[in-house]
Design a protein around this ligand. Structure first.
Ligand SMILES: [Fe+2]
Length: 292
């Protein structure tokens, strides 16, 4: 190709992709190239700035392994992960929120009414919720919730050799009417890794690495789209500044201050061993019908 100019390069890119065997792949690549070209023309990076970007990606590749993915972190920090979630949230369903890096396949079963607290440090939290059909509001029968969160020291079990495998992870099957309950401890804010190029980006932007405290949830049920989301609590200081843009208004729950003796769900295994004061949230998880 001879005579490519700054003005013509986007069109030239589209032309050489004309024989792409996959129309969707062509659309994604040609559009991305066009947006990148426009960004370059707008910001006019120097060769040093371009090299710094390539070096950041190279360091990201060096840091990425089975337990850490700096590219996913970049996606999260740019808001890309959250935007993909938002664009794919069905009408009326609970908002999606990032999966994050601490999900473990094969979580231990957790009975409906079961206990993830097990007397560990932290503020005891009772969760009494329901999984409902996004359109009708009726309970979803056979819903399975994959739940995970950090412990009272702010760490997930995979980060902390002091915690038993699968601590604060649970796979819970809801009741026929979609209701579920459990005891746990209040999840805590934590930082995303900031010792790599993702952290360099945060520092360059004057941003914090903190995530608002959250309980991770994957909800699945026959005939429904799987939902990957997070539950947050009102009053968390990082709700407005969550490093990965994961907070959506419908996912932020009020927290009730409860006392021993307050009515709790009958199914709660730990109801007789609750402390003098504890917290409660009542999430409603709305699922949309269809496949993923
Ligand atoms: Fe998390």
């Amino acid at each position: 190709m001879v005579g490519v100019t700054a003005d013509g390069i986007t069109e030239a890119f589209a032309r050489v992709a004309e024989n792409a065997p996959n129309a969707r792949a062509r659309e994604l690549f040609v559009s991305l190239a066009g947006h990148l070209h426009a960004w370059l023309k707008e910001t006019k990076p120097t060769h040093d700035e371009w090299r710094a970007g390539i070096e950041a990606l190279t360091r990201a590749a060096e840091l990425t392994n089975g337990g850490r993915n700096e590219f996913v972190l970049f996606s999260d920090l740019f808001g890309i992960t959250s935007l993909v979630d938002l664009l794919n949230t069905p009408e009326g369903a609970s908002s999606s929120s990032p999966l994050g890096p601490f999900h473990q396949r094969g979580a231990p079963p957790l009975a409906n009414g079961g206990d993830m607290w097990k007397g560990q440090q932290g503020e005891v939290l009772v969760i009494e919720g329901r999984v409902v059909d996004a359109a009708s509001g009726e309970g979803v029968s056979g819903a399975i919730l994959d739940l995970w969160q950090n412990a009272g020291n702010g760490l997930y079990s995979v980060q902390d050799p002091e915690q038993p495998d699968g601590n604060y992870h649970g796979l819970l099957t809801c009741a026929e009417d979609g209701s579920f309950c459990l005891t746990t401890t209040l999840f805590l804010p934590y930082t995303v890794p900031y010792d790599g190029p993702g952290g360099d980006m945060l520092r360059a932007l004057g941003r914090d690495a903190w995530r608002a405290a959250h309980l991770h949830v994957i909800a699945e049920a026959p005939g429904y789209r799987a939902l990957v989301t997070e539950l947050f609590v009102e009053g968390d200081e990082w709700l407005e500044k969550d490093a990965v843009f994961g907070v959506r208004p419908d996912l932020v729950l009020p927290v009730e201050q409860c006392r021993k003796g307050d009515a709790v769900a009958d199914a709660l295994e730990a109801k007789d061993s609750l402390p003098e004061t504890f917290l409660r949230i009542r999430p409603t998880i709305r699922m949309a019908t269809g496949g993923n």
